[in-house]
Design a protein around this ligand. Structure first.
Ligand code: IGP
Length: 266
């Protein structure tokens, strides 16, 4: 069983527990009562001379273990916002990433930016749940979904006024993302089946993404030089977790990353 399969098995178990407490019907009602979604696509659409930063609240990961004892996710997200993040990502997967919907709620209450609920979406319930908790963007990992499911999840997401970051790691997955009409396409340079990072995957795949879709480089950003490389290879946005949560001044670092991209356009 790959790491991805293993993570998804846990996600499904945890989801069954939540569904016992709150039915799909009840979550749908909460989603319909939630304040209107913010436009994550607009927030990620490139401006002249700048890379958009999606700054992630990430406590731990299966590859690295504990990353940061984040005492106050709301305070961290507020620092990201002050630093110039375009979107805040909040991991909600519990077992491997130490996240929760409580973290998402805390961040929602603290910032005005669009929020990405970062999880392994394998059930329609999670999409309604994301909206009920104030998310504006969800993650759809192509490797975890068949074509029909990917298509129906993307349609439901957009019907609820949200957008999807459609994550890929191979040329075939980019093709599948494009085929369902994804408007925000991420290239994760970490292979979720082996957890290995290969930054060269970004350049190889970015060129396959048609103009009109927002191109996001995900994972493996260590420093300004990495941001510059991804931007030079076609990234319009970068998704950064570890480098921000480990830094003593995340606000400053978000700003540096956002500017690192823009320097290349002058
Ligand atoms: O911490 P990093 O290397 O900056 O990576 C952030 C983000 O890309 C990573 O958390 C991620 C990308 N795709 C995912 C899918 C599930 C969980 C996590 C992820």
């Amino acid at each position: 069983m790959s790491v991805l399969d293993d993570i998804i098995a846990g996600v499904r178990e945890d989801l069954d527990v939540r569904r016992q407490k709150l039915s799909l019907d009840e979550v749908q009602t909460l989603a319909r009562q939630a304040p209107a979604p913010r436009d994550a696509l607009a927030a990620l659409t490139p401006r002249a001379g700048g890379v958009r930063v999606i700054a992630e609240v990430k406590r731990k990961s299966p590859s690295k273990g504990d990353l940061s004892a984040i005492q106050d996710p709301a305070e961290l997200a507020a620092a990201y916002e002050r630093g110039g993040a375009a979107v805040i990502s909040v991991l909600t997967e519990e077992r491997r990433f130490g996240g929760s919907l409580a973290d998402l709620d805390a961040v929602r209450a603290a910032v005005d930016l669009p929020l990405l609920r970062k999880d392994f979406t394998v059930d329609e319930y999670q999409i309604w749940e994301a909206r009920a908790h104030g998310a504006d963007l969800i993650l759809l990992i192509v490797a975890a979904l068949d074509d029909a499911t990917l298509d129906s999840f993307l349609k439901l997401t957009e019907r609820l006024g949200m957008h999807a970051l459609v994550e890929t790691h191979t040329p075939e997955e980019v093709e599948r993302a494009v085929a369902v009409g994804a408007r925000i396409i991420g290239v994760n340079v970490r292979n979720l089946k082996t957890l290995e990072i290969d930054r060269s995957v970004f350049a190889a795949l970015a060129g396959l993404i048609p103009a009109g879709a927002v191109v996001v480089a995900e994972s493996g950003v260590r420093d300004i030089a990495d941001v510059e490389t991804f931007v030079a290879d076609g990234a319009q946005a970068v998704l950064v977790g570890e480098a921000l949560v480990r830094h003593s001044n995340p606000e400053l670092t978000v700003g540096e990353f956002a500017r690192a991209g823009s320097a290349l356009h002058h």
